[in-house]
Design a protein around this ligand. Structure first.
Ligand code: COA
Length: 368
């Protein structure tokens, strides 16, 4: 039983430092994200998923040889996961994509060597795509080990050889979301690892944490919001009505950032680049109008608490532009973030100390 703790509970653990990490730094005051020594603005658009996975898992960006080795390792992970799809039971038939991803990943086992980072990353991409195909009434599409991870994920999802511009847009997204400090799902993965458990268990738990609308489940609802608003000149009235009804505006606000999330800017820039290349759903102008309206209305409502766009706001527009269905947005987030989760598992293993905070007992005293 816990001993009574007289310290007031900090239920959101704000400001509590639970790890030293070399993986990423989130500067919430200045709106800066550094991933293993690289500003996210420079990494996204320039680096591939293979590059950022190598950076996170081994500490440095790869050269040509290292990139090719990582491409092969991820491809092998996808091929192996696809070969074993039949062993996932009914997991991929579940209605919710994150439920399916969690359940399918739960069929992997460290005993079979499936806890290696490239295996896990390969499996998450295959399961996310297979679930989306089956949801649409189709059959899962086998991976093409000759392709890069982003290109093959998009091909397995859509069933078509993807255009280079869309692949580049998706790769920029996967790199942008690969790691982000001690977010809830990463913390979850580290807690599981700290007990001495294996990487498969840590990733399954992290998927569960990512599912929530306060974390990775926001982009689908952001797109729903864009649909509901419809026209830029309706944005202000729609936002005001939502706030008056006591609802949160999805894609706005962040626990750490006191300014606009730098990843929102990276993704907005990526969408603009796609538009310039002729790939557009025409939603960028609407999104910008809604962001302006939401920022203004939230400033009025919470003058002391800056609430600006977070990564999920432009994730919705970017993934939609790339051609991914909104039901697959959260699973696609996992396809990118699994790189960070695996890196944190490795880092936490090296720490080797159980994460075990305290609670404050507020229940009744036992009878005398
Ligand atoms: N829309 C409306 N109000 C919001 C808001 C939003 N998007 N984000 C925060 N607020 C409100 C809170 O309700 C709170 O109001 P209250 O004191 O009247 O309860 C106030 O602003 C301060 O919120 P705070 O405690 O600083 O937020 P948090 O750190 O607990 O929450 C989020 C951070 C991300 C969970 C929150 O901003 C949110 O729910 N955003 C929408 C969901 C989303 O986009 N999630 C993806 C995150 S990357």
């Amino acid at each position: 039983m816990d001993t009574t703790n007289t310290t007031a509970a900090n239920s959101g653990l704000e400001g509590v430092v639970v790890a030293d990490t070399r993986l990423s730094e989130v500067d919430g005051e200045r709106g800066r994200l550094v991933v293993a020594g690289h500003d996210i603005e420079r990494l996204a658009g320039a680096a591939s998923f293979e590059d950022v996975a190598t950076l996170l898992w081994s500490g440095a960006l790869p050269g040509a040889e290292g990139r090719e080795a990582q491409r092969r390792a991820l491809a092998e992970g996808r091929v192996r996961a696809f070969e074993r799809l039949g062993a996932s039971g009914d997991a991929l038939g579940l209605v919710d994509g994150m439920d399916a991803l969690r359940a399918a990943t739960g069929h992997l086992s460290a005993h079979d060597g499936d806890d290696a980072p490239a295996r896990l990353a390969g499996a998450v991409a295959v399961y996310a795509a297979a679930w989306a195909r089956m949801r649409g009434g189709g059959q899962p599409i086998a991976p093409d080990p000759g392709l890069g991870h982003a290109a093959d994920y998009l091909r397995m999802l859509t069933g078509q050889a993807p255009e280079a511009a869309r692949v580049a847009g998706l790769a920029a997204y996967l790199v942008t979301v690969a790691d982000h400090g001690m977010n809830a799902s990463t913390f979850t993965a580290r807690v599981v690892t700290s007990t001495g458990s294996d990487a498969v268990s840590a990733i399954v738990a992290a998927i569960g944490a990512l599912k929530g609308p306060l974390h990775g489940g926001a982009p689908g609802p952001v797109l729903d919001m864009l649909d509901a608003v419809g026209e830029p000149d309706r944005a202000a009235a729609w936002i005001d009505a939502e706030l008056a009804a006591g609802r949160r505006i999805m894609g706005m606000g962040h626990r750490i950032y006191r300014v606009r999330d730098p990843r929102a800017a990276v993704l907005e820039r990526t969408i603009a680049g796609l538009e310039a290349a002729g790939v557009s759903t025409g939603r960028l102008a609407l999104a910008r109008a809604i962001e302006r309206a939401a920022e203004g209305a939230l400033r009025l409502k919470y003058p002391g608490r800056p609430l600006a766009a977070n990564v999920e706001f432009y994730t919705a527009v970017l993934l939609d532009t790339v051609g991914i269905d909104r039901a697959a947005f959260a699973p696609t987030f996992a396809v990118g973030r699994v790189a960070g989760w695996c890196a944190h598992v490795l880092e936490q293993r090296a720490v080797g100390r159980l994460i075990r905070p305290a609670s404050r007992y507020v229940g009744p005293a036992p009878a005398a």
